[in-house]
Structure formats: C-alpha cells, structure tokens
Design a protein around this ligand. Sequence first.
Ligand code: HEM
Length: 486
Amino acid sequence: MFEMETVLVSIAIVFFPLLLLCLRWVNDRWHLVRAGNESDGGKMPPGSMGWPVIGELLDFLWCFKFTRRPDDFIAKRKARYGDTGVYRTHLFGYPTIVTSSPELNKRVLGSLTEEGYFSTGWPSTQLLGSSAVVSVDGSAHKRLRRHLMEAFNSPKALRALLATAQPMFISTFEDWVSKKRIVAYEETKAVMFRNICDMLVSFKSKTLLDSMEVLYRGLMAGLRSMTINIPGTAFHHALKCRKKLTDILLEEVRERNEKGSQKQDFLQILIDSTDENGQKMSETQVVENIVSLILGGYESTSNVLTWALFYLAKYPEVLEKLKHETSLIAAKTSGDGFLTMEDIRAMEYTPKVADELIRLANISPFIFRRVAKDNVVVNGYKFPKNWKVIIWIRSIHVDSTYYQDPLAFNPDRWGESKPKVGTYTVFGHGPRYCPGNNFARLTVIMFLYHVCLNYRWELLNPDSGMAFQPHPKPRDGAQMYFSRAM
Ligand code: HEM
C-alpha cells in the first residue's frame, strides 16, 4: 500500500509540471490561432501568452513588486527570445504586443499612431469619459488637442501657474517646518492636488479639495484594477467617484455659464475656446477633459517633487550647485521674491536638475495603445487587430547603452549633447505627447528654487530602497526632518 502511494506521488511529481507546460502551450496556440495565420506578411513576435486568464501577470508582479527589479521584465525576454524589441504576451487581461526598442517605440507612438494604425489604448474609457482627450482618436483628438495646447501655452496660463504655485509652495514648506517630520510622498501629493485644482478650476475651499482628493484616489485605484463592475470592486467604486467628480465640476461650469463669471484658469480657457468653425466645446467635453487633466497632472508631478527632495538629500554636491544658482537668481528677483518667466529663462543648472529628476523618477513605465487596423505588420512582425500594445519606455531611461552610469543622479549629463532620438520619452512622443510637459517642468523648477532658497531637510532612511507599484517611490515614502535653513 505504502509503495503504491510512493509510485503515485512520483508520477504526480513528474507529470504535474508537464501538465502545466502543456496548459501554457495550449493557451499560447489558442491565442495565436485567434490572432490569424502568418500568411498575411508578418510573423508573430516571439514570447509567450503565459497562463490562461492571468497571462504573464505573475511575472510582471514578480519583477515590479517582489524582486523590485522592474527592468528584468524586458531583460528576461531579451535573454530568452533575442533583442527583437518586440514580444508577445498577455497582461492586465489582454493579449498584448510589447515594444521596447527606442526606434520601434518612436514609430509606434509617432508616425504609426498618426496614420491611425494604433489608437488610444487606455484600459477604461468608462472611467475617463468618452470625450476626454485620452479617449478620442483621429480628427476629434486633433481638435481637442488644439484647445488644450492653447490652454497650456497661453501667456495667461503660464502667468496663472507662476502666481498660484509659488505662494502655495512657500506656505506648504512653512507647514512642513511646523510639522518637523514629514512623509514627502504624501505631502507632495497633497500640495500638488491643491495646486492643480487651483490652477485648473480655481477651487480653494479645503473641505471641497479634501473630498475631491478622496474621490480622485478612488478613481485612480479603479484605473489600475480589473474592469469588473460589481459592488465591492475597485472599478465599481471608481465609477461612483467619477460620477461625483463630474457632478462637482459640471455644477461649476453651469454656474459660470449662467452668471457669465470669468475666472483666470484652464476651465475658463476651455469654456471660452472655439475651434476653426467657431464651435465651443460641450459642457461634458469640458468637464471630462478637466477630470483627465487633473488626473494626468497631479500624481505624476508630485512624484517628481518627492524624488527632488530624496535625490538632493543624497547628492549634496548637486544641492550646493543648485543653491548657488538659486541665490544668484534671488539677488536679482523683484521685491516679492517670486520668480518671473525671465528669471526662469535665466536659469542654467536648475532646468538640468529638473530634467534629470524627471528621467530618474521614470513615472510612466509604459504607454498603452490598441491595434486599430487589420494586417498591421511592423519590422516584419504581425500586430493582430484589437490586441493591446504596451510601449515599454521605462527601461530605456535607465539603460547604460544610452545613459552613462544611468542610475546616478547627474544633472550635468544634460549639457551640450542631447539624448539619442527615442531614448528620452518620459513625456511620450508624437500626437499624444504630454500637453502638460511645460507645466510639469515649470512646477518642478519653482519647487526647487523655493525649497533650496530657505529650507533644509534630512532623510530618515536614506537607504530605504525603492518600490515600483503603482509608481516608483522611496519605500518609506521619503520620511524626513524638514526645517528652515539658518
Ligand atoms: C512629470 C510629469 C508628467 C509625466 C512624466 C507625464 C507623462 C505623460 C506621458 C508619457 C503621456 C503620453 C501618453 C500617451 O502617449 O498615451 C502623457 C499624456 C498626457 N498628459 Fe502627462 N505627464 C506629466 C505631467 C502632466 C501634467 C502636469 C498634465 C496636466 C496638467 C498632464 C496631462 C496629460 C494629458 C491630458 C495627456 C494625454 C494627451 C493625449 O492623449 O493627447 N501630464 N503624459
């Protein structure tokens, strides 16, 4: 009897792994057959569709969450299948093609998106709204972008940014001084949320902003979850949060339209802007786009601010150079101590620090697209219609092929030589290039200026390591002592 059991266990030990391998093989074949045969010109990219239903999610989590070596995800595929820069996989519930080389990423984000081969691929337009800039394609997208670019680049908007952000940063720093000990990740998020809401919609009430931030966190959690709309799921909760946010903003738009009130903010620019036919945006379009702008802008920028405090504490020689430039500019600024655009244009080192921080913060690991046409073949590889495309940008920004000593915080690398084409895509590329990039850069520059001028800080856990989910951040959230400089 005992021997029989041993034999069965041995058989199970041998056959179970074989069974699992078979399951993966069948799953792979099933997806390949559904994707169509290879007779239409392209071969399927190398890779694996992983396990049924979950695909290669476990490997993704292994790299991002457990080993905290996110770049291994691509490195492993390179080692296993060759440096093709394109792989098939199944991630976040979808059959997917991953692109990872600078040339291919640039083509997919640029000319191929422009020509309509790839459409927007955000996991859920239900949460973002069907008329938001991130949800629309083609001519509707071009039209909306014109409105947004006008809003972002107008002198009115830049003036508003300078006027709003600087007093807010200074009062925030004073608040941190009184707290003495802060978690920078949480604090920078809170100040950026207030800053962006003030800039975009002129909301100042603390009670309103606090409740909106809670709603935004709910919305964000839904965007990162599976799209299962049943009570209790993050997605279901996020839909409710979006509805409440939409109601708050719709009420504001209606009030302005009824009272004819004019405020100096993005919302007003969007309400007033007209397209080439004199057509205004609808209330829904205005609101859905403001929701997306706040979403796109606040956590991304606040993350860079956290990294600013973190890296400057760890690299005192960079901080010294920055302080030197800061004091030179301060000696020339007008009486109120606030920077003007001229002051910012006169800076040399601070913008390099900002660019280096944005590179190292590496906030967007990848960008989503969807294959929008039949028979799309790129570099000899088939991109099956309706598959997701993940343009993997993060690994390129920390690749020693393109950046010498890539993990070092070295603002001087942004000297004369520009990065090779396709190797600095932190803000994306092509028709969907981040419209908020100047806004983000200016915000980081203003933050650096005021924090270096009058304050000092010390990390509690300088070697705490990094976490990569949902965004790269110091594992302890960058806990620090914060005080006024003597
Ligand atoms: C350091 C900060 C930021 C980073 C790293 C960043 C990154 C990006 C990236 C990679 C994209 C391209 C997405 C794609 O191609 O699908 C993007 C698009 C976008 N970003 Fe940013 N962003 C930042 C700040 C901001 C700010 C401050 C705003 C607004 C206030 C903003 C609003 C948007 C919007 C609306 C889009 C969608 C554009 C479109 O689909 O046409 N971003 N951003």
